[in-house]
Design a protein around this ligand. Structure first.
Ligand code: IPE
Ligand code: IPE
Ligand code: MG
Length: 267
């Protein structure tokens, strides 16, 4: 596993004036349905408005110098919703992918989808593959869309991968480390999320990145996702900038290593 993804190593943050910018922001985009219901509109209108909000946040993250933005679009539990909402969501996913990918590509964004893609219909799977291939060489912001994703599914995938390696005699049970687990999971090649945002007023993880959020800073907002604009993103990043990330150490140790790093830089 790359060193920079280890929770023992506080991930270096980019400087934006005085502000610490998270390298990786992960968002549960919640509240679309209630946004529409408040306007006496069908829930799908909220999901459509949610796509617009995604556009703003992608632009905001690009401008701020965030490296990775992970967006929870559809959970493995969202299949439990009424059939009609699920099928409208699939349609929206299809059209949004078709429409937005060109714009993302033009803006040098690399798109990646995580989750059990095999659960989607063939046309959608094809569109996802095409979008990933088109944008894979881009060097700007990486946008990860979590679709038919569940944190427990992700951990199970990693466990299966390790079990297969043990069965093949490539790895012994005693040698298994948390790093082996992490290697088998989604986002293994990317820095761990620094900032987690959930909109819509709920304070739960809902089976999002269970493993990867071990040392992430949490930020909960009452704003319904379609209303989450660039100012709201700035507020979340400003809150992140005030946090002291200790990764198990004492506050004093963290201050000391920061002072040492500054000294090294100026020498
Ligand atoms: C989040 O908004 C989008 C998806 C889960 C697809 P919701 O649809 O959950 O909105 P609320 O929570 O019902 O308002
Ligand atoms: C989480 O939102 C999933 C996504 C935003 C895609 P939900 O609305 O499905 O979460 P719960 O059911 O309220 O926990
Ligand atoms: Mg919800």
């Amino acid at each position: 596993m790359a060193n920079d993804t280890s929770p023992d190593t506080p991930s270096p943050t980019l400087s934006d004036g005085e502000q610490n910018i998270p390298r990786h922001v992960a968002i549960i985009m919640d509240g679309n349905g209630r946004w529409a219901e408040k306007r006496h509109q069908p829930r799908i209108m909220g999901h459509r408005a949610g796509v617009e909000a995604v556009r703003g946040v992608v632009e905001g993250c690009s401008k701020k110098g965030v490296e990775v933005l992970t967006l929870f679009a559809f959970s493995s539990e969202n299949w439990r919703r009424p059939k009609q909402e699920v099928s409208l969501l699939m349609e929206l996913f299809m059209t949004a992918l078709g429409r937005e990918v060109k714009r993302l590509h033009k803006n040098n964004v690399r798109l990646r989808v995580i989750g059990d893609i095999k659960g989607f219909n063939k046309a959608l799977q094809k569109r996802i593959a095409k979008a990933q291939t088109l944008t894979q060489e881009n060097t700007g912001l990486t946008v990860v869309v979590a679709a038919n994703y569940g944190g427990r599914w992700d951990i199970t995938q990693a466990a299966k991968h390790l079990a297969a390696q043990v069965q093949a005699g490539e790895l012994s049970v005693e040698d298994i480390t948390p790093e082996h687990m992490a290697d088998g999971m989604s986002l293994a090649d990317l820095p761990e999320p620094d900032l987690f945002i959930r909109t819509g007023g709920e304070s739960r993880i809902s089976n999002f990145l269970l493993w990867q959020l071990a040392y992430t800073e949490f930020y909960f907002s009452d704003i319904l996702w379609p209303d989450f604009n660039r100012d709201a993103l700035d507020d979340a990043i400003a809150s992140f900038a005030t946090r002291q990330r200790r990764f198990g150490r004492t506050g004093q140790q963290v201050e000391q290593s920061k002072a040492n790093a500054t000294l090294e830089k100026t020498c």
